[in-house]
Write a protein that binds this ligand. Structure first.
Ligand SMILES: Nc1nc2c(c(=O)[nH]1)N[C@H]1C(S)=C(S)[C@@H](COP(=O)(O)O)O[C@H]1N2
Ligand SMILES: [Mo]
Length: 249
């Protein structure tokens, strides 16, 4: 039986999905860099920057959180097959767990137990073209980041579903976030909705507007406070391991 019509349907569905995703999940502003850090008018029920004992919350574009009725993880670009994963699909992947520290450039850091899957699960399903060198992430809150694929294959890089034994909270990236312990917090993108395999590196959120590197690897010895006029400060903690991947087990 010829099943190619099914494939066509699915692609059509994906196109429609991504269009609605753009208009309904993303609150506008995709082009500019809005900054709500000093905005006292953000409604209380929005996810926003909050200093919380244990683990601060950072949200460049305050929003109400992901509506799971509209959510799927769409993986596309230079791939053999574009796939839309639903939340349950992700729990079918082999899970890994680790304790690692997230370190923000604003001079705070915090650790948690993270559980999730590794990039190999995605690679197996979508089969990227050899020309694909980068992976570009987009989020439900208009945030975006990109990485060389090779970097995402390194140890302790996780596509995280659970934090400290529970599903990610609304504030910390539900339903899916990236944890890359050797990079500053801003590379650890939350609320992921879409991943695109590309041959060149696409844009990156905070490095577009601040003195932050596109690469985002934690620099030993020095911190870069978000308030641009402040001087760099010494690092008191943070997960830094050099040479790459030779970390204490
Ligand atoms: N989608 C999205 N991901 C994001 C951000 C954001 O605003 N939106 N902020 C980043 C920054 S600057 C940091 S320090 C971490 C903070 O993660 P947390 O809010 O779970 O502490 O998330 C990163 N990932
Ligand atoms: Mo941050």
């Amino acid at each position: 039986m010829n099943l190619s019509f099914l494939k066509f349907d699915r692609r059509t569905f994906l196109k429609i999905f991504s269009l609605t995703a753009l208009t309904s999940l993303v609150p506008g502003k995709a082009a500019g860099i809005p900054d709500f850090r000093n905005d006292k008018n953000v409604p209380k029920n929005y996810i926003q920057n909050r200093d919380v004992p244990g683990f601060h919350i950072r949200s460049a574009n305050p929003f109400l959180g992901v509506d799971m009725q509209n959510w799927a993880l769409v993986v596309t670009g230079l791939v053999k097959e574009t796939v839309a994963f639903n939340y349950e699909d992700l729990f079918g992947f082999k899970m890994h767990s680790q304790v690692s520290r997230l370190k923000c450039v604003e001079c705070w850091s915090a650790k948690a137990k993270w559980e999730g899957f590794r990039i190999e699960e995605i690679l197996k399903r979508v089969q990227p073209d050899p020309a694909a060198k980068y992976l570009y992430f987009q989020s439900a809150d208009s945030y975006y980041e990109s990485f060389p694929i090779e970097e995402l294959k390194r140890e302790r890089v996780l596509f995280v579903l659970k934090m400290n034994g529970n599903s990610l909270s609304r504030d910390h990236g539900f339903p899916l976030r990236l944890i890359v312990p050797f990079k500053y917090g801003y590379k650890n993108i939350k609320y992921i909705t879409r991943m695109e395999f590309t041959d060149t590196r696409k844009r990156n959120y905070w490095s577009n507007s601040g003195p932050y590197s596109v690469d985002g690897t934690i620099q030993p010895g020095i911190d870069h406070p978000l308030d641009f006029n402040k001087k760099p400060l010494p690092i008191n903690g943070g997960e830094v391991f050099h040479p790459f991947d030779k970390r204490p087990s």
